[in-house]
Ligand binder design. Structure first.
Ligand code: 5AD
Ligand code: SF4
Length: 488
């Protein structure tokens, strides 16, 4: 998959406004006089998780999710600030929401507009200044206060902006999850980052690293599994920096957390994202060798191939150190599929530097990679560095890089044709009788299979590799077909 977004920054924000997805079911518990909430999620999987948790907090207040923005009594834009375009899209959506609010108001209907997420944190009151129709601006650390803040807005408090980093733990203050019984779910285990890469806004918008305690996470995971979840992806901006309090009071590493989660019966697969090379500890590498439920897939951004650029980015590793790390990971788990993030056109990046990024992509043979044009983010050190690279140069480098990435992706997918792989089926496919699932390596697979296999892992013989997915037949069907072909 080649996208200008990453696991933590997918292309959801490219969706047209009308397609904005409402999130999480409310369990059918909404009271009679229901209000409707529309949530559009931009950016990363962490935002997807946060949107679900907000939806649950609002369900307790009688809000049911809607996918029709026109019927929303409350419209929330859960935003991403990592790229400039994303923030601008928020403002253009806010223009449309303002018109909708005015239209509904003529029909005597109230519409509240809230902006949450990283743009809310970064821009704060500026949002209300540029878009006065907005009623509420809430930063990522204060979602548990949404119902109370909405009540205050309703009570005539005027537009409210809440972007503090409060002392209380929002995860504890949010209501318990009532997720829908999907086969695969996200679980935020860590938030924030103190790495301060010079291009990145995360340390400013999400704050310092914070890890949730092991017990809270195993309990949340157990509840998810009880409701049918079979795969959990652990989320964190710097997830392998996880150091949550263990049951014994001592700090526990991500490997320790993975081991604790792997002990949950019924949980079949564990993944995690996004990691920093500096935090790929020996015990985490060993977990990739020893822990059967930990899937052979690792998203490990390297950002740039030239040491000069890496140093200016404050990545605290060189290209050789990254390569040596990959060699150790592959030694522990030879079939591991690797994925990465790369930025092109960082200030001062020369053609020669860029060629080293391409060379690294070729040498490591990534299964996936996400590539970005450098986007200066206000307040970050790189935004004022000398040597800002012209837009056309960035565009041209991105195109060249994406061609190399695409070739690698096709190669990786093709290598699986003819192989039998265990697929976790997640949902019905577009065609009658078809299911969609994922290989251990995160590739999408389509296969004809009975709906009873949703939430189950079944062997699939891969027959074809398409641009973004694989298709195959159930190994059991192949056996049956061969048996039928044998003359009796
Ligand atoms: N410009 C371009 N890409 C960025 N990323 C983070 N900040 C920027 C920026 N200012 C990319 C990095 C990161 C991914 C989530 O987004 O590659 O790993
Ligand atoms: Fe941003 Fe760097 Fe932290 Fe990743 S490690 S969230 S790129 S500061």
């Amino acid at each position: 998959m080649v996208a200008s977004g990453s696991d933590l920054l997918d292309d959801r924000d490219e969706a047209v406004f009308e397609d904005g997805a409402a999130t999480a079911e409310t369990d059918g518990l909404a009271p009679a006089a229901t209000k409707r909430v529309f949530i559009k999620t931009f950016g990363c999987q962490m935002n997807v998780y946060d949107s679900e948790r907000m939806s649950e907090a609002l369900a307790a207040q009688g809000y049911v999710p809607t996918e029709e923005v026109a019927e929303a009594d409350l419209a929330i834009l859960n935003t991403c600030h990592i790229r400039e375009k994303a923030a601008e899209k928020v403002y253009s959506d806010l223009g449309r929401l303002r018109d909708l609010k005015q239209g509904r108001s003529k029909d005597g209907k109230e519409t509240l507009i809230a902006v949450t997420g990283c743009v809310a944190q970064a821009e704060g009151r500026e949002i209300v200044r540029r878009a006065p129709a907005v009623d509420l601006v809430v930063g990522p650390q204060s979602y548990h206060r949404l119902p109370e803040l909405l009540a205050r807005v309703r009570g005539g408090a005027g537009a409210l902006v809440e972007t503090e980093f409060p002392d209380e733990d929002k995860f504890r203050a949010l209501p318990q999850r009532k997720p829908q019984a999907a086969a695969s779910a996200f679980l935020t285990v860590q938030e924030g980052c103190d790495k301060f890469c010079t291009f990145c806004v995360v340390p400013y918008t999400r704050g310092m690293e914070f890890s949730r305690p092991v017990t809270a996470l195993t309990e949340e995971a157990r509840r998810l599994v009880d409701r049918g979840v079979r795969e959990i992806t652990l989320l964190g901006q710097n997830v392998n920096g996880y150091h949550g309090e263990g049951p014994d009071g001592a700090a526990t590493s991500l490997a320790g957390l993975i081991r604790a989660l792997a002990a949950i019966d019924g949980l079949k697969r564990i993944r995690y994202t996004t990691s920093h090379p500096r935090d790929m500890t020996d015990d985490l590498i060993a977990a990739h060798r020893d822990e059967e439920k930990l899937m052979p897939f690792l998203h490990l951004p390297f950002q740039a191939g030239a040491d000069r650029v890496l140093a200016a980015m404050n990545r605290k590793h060189t290209a050789d150190e990254y390569k040596a790390l990959i060699a150790r990971i592959r030694e522990a788990r030879p079939d591991i599929a690797l994925s990465t993030d790369i930025i092109v056109g960082f200030p001062g990046e020369t053609d020669e530097d860029f060629a080293q990024s391409i060379a690294l992509v070729e040498e490591i043979a990534f299964a996936h990679a996400f590539s970005f044009k450098y986007s200066p983010r206000p307040g970050t050190p790189a935004s004022t560095m000398d040597g800002q690279v012209p837009e056309e140069v960035k565009r041209e480098r991105l195109e060249r890089l994406q061609q190399v990435i695409e070739r690698g992706f096709a190669r990786f997918n093709k290598a699986l044709v003819g192989e039998t792989v265990p697929v976790l089926f997640e949902k019905a496919g577009r065609h009658e009788g078809q299911l969609v699932g994922r290989t251990p390596y995160w590739q999408l697979v389509h296969a004809d299979a009975p709906a009873s296999l949703i939430g189950e892992v079944a062997d699939v013989v891969i027959e074809t590799a398409k641009a973004n997915s694989l298709s195959g037949v159930l190994a059991a069907d192949t056996v049956a077909r061969q048996a039928r072909a044998v003359p009796r």
